[in-house]
Design a protein around this ligand. Structure first.
Ligand code: PRP
Ligand code: MG
Length: 183
C-alpha cells in the first residue's frame, strides 16, 4: 500500500497535533447544550473517531451514509443519502463532520437537509478543505488543513474503496491511479 503513495502530504504526528487544537476549540465553543455530532460515512469515520475522543464535553453521536464520488476521482454531481432512516435532529445543535470539503456539494446538501429536518443550528467541521472555487457556497466552521487541488487518499479517504486505513494523508502514484481495479 505504501508503494502506491507518491508523497505523504500530512503525516500522523501533524494530524494528531492539529486534532488536539481543533478539539480544544470545539470544547470551548460548545461549553454546554445539546450537541449532536453527525459523522458522514464513510470518509469521515477515521477523522471523527480521533477528533471526538479528544473533545472534552458531552455529546451524542449519529452517522449518515452519503455518497457522491462512488470511489472515483470526480464528483458525480449528486449527493445520495444511502440510509433508510434519518436521525432525529429537531431543535438540535449539530456538529457535522466530514473528511474533505471539495466541490462543497456534500456538505451543502447535508446541511440543507439537516435544516429542513428542523436542526436549530448546523456547524461544520472538516479535516481537509481544498483550496479551489466551490460549486456550492459553503465554508466549514472548523478546518484542519487547507490543501491544494489534488486528489488525496488515506486517513479515511479512498480511491476505489481502498487506502482509507492509511494513517496519513497522501498522494497516489499515477500508476496506482491507472491500475485496473482489483489488480
Ligand atoms: C467524499 C468525501 C466527502 C465528499 C467531498 O465522499 O468523503 O464526503 O466526497 O466532496 P464534495 O465537497 O465534492 O462533495 P464520497 O462521496 O467519496 O463517499 P465516501 O465518504 O463514502 O468516500
Ligand atoms: Mg464522504
Amino acid at each position: 500500500m505504501r508503494a502506491d503513495i507518491e508523497r505523504i502530504l500530512i503525516d500522523e504526528e501533524i494530524i494528531e497535533k492539529r486534532l488536539d487544537r481543533m478539539a480544544e476549540e470545539i470544547g470551548r465553543d460548545f461549553p454546554q447544550g445539546n450537541l449532536l455530532a453527525i459523522i458522514l460515512l464513510k470518509g469521515a469515520l477515521v477523522f471523527a473517531a480521533d477528533l471526538l475522543r479528544r473533545v472534552p464535553r458531552q455529546l451524542e453521536l449519529e452517522c449518515l451514509n452519503v455518497s457522491s464520488y462512488h470511489g472515483g476521482l470526480e464528483s458525480s454531481g449528486t449527493v445520495k443519502f444511502l440510509d433508510r432512516s434519518f436521525p432525529e435532529v429537531r431543535g438540535r445543535h449539530v456538529l457535522l463532520l466530514d473528511d474533505i470539503l471539495d466541490t462543497g456539494r456534500t456538505l451543502h446538501a447535508v446541511a440543507e437537509r439537516l435544516r429542513a429536518e428542523g436542526a436549530q443550528a448546523v456547524h461544520t467541521c472538516v479535516l481537509l478543505a481544498k483550496d479551489r472555487p466551490r460549486d456550492q457556497e459553503v465554508a466549514a466552521d472548523y478546518t484542519g488543513f487547507v490543501i491544494g487541488d489534488e486528489f488525496v487518499v488515506g486517513y479515511g479517504l479512498d480511491y476505489r474503496g481502498r487506502y482509507r486505513n492509511l494513517p496519513y494523508v497522501g498522494v497516489l502514484t499515477r500508476e496506482a491511479i491507472e491500475r485496473e481495479p482489483g489488480a
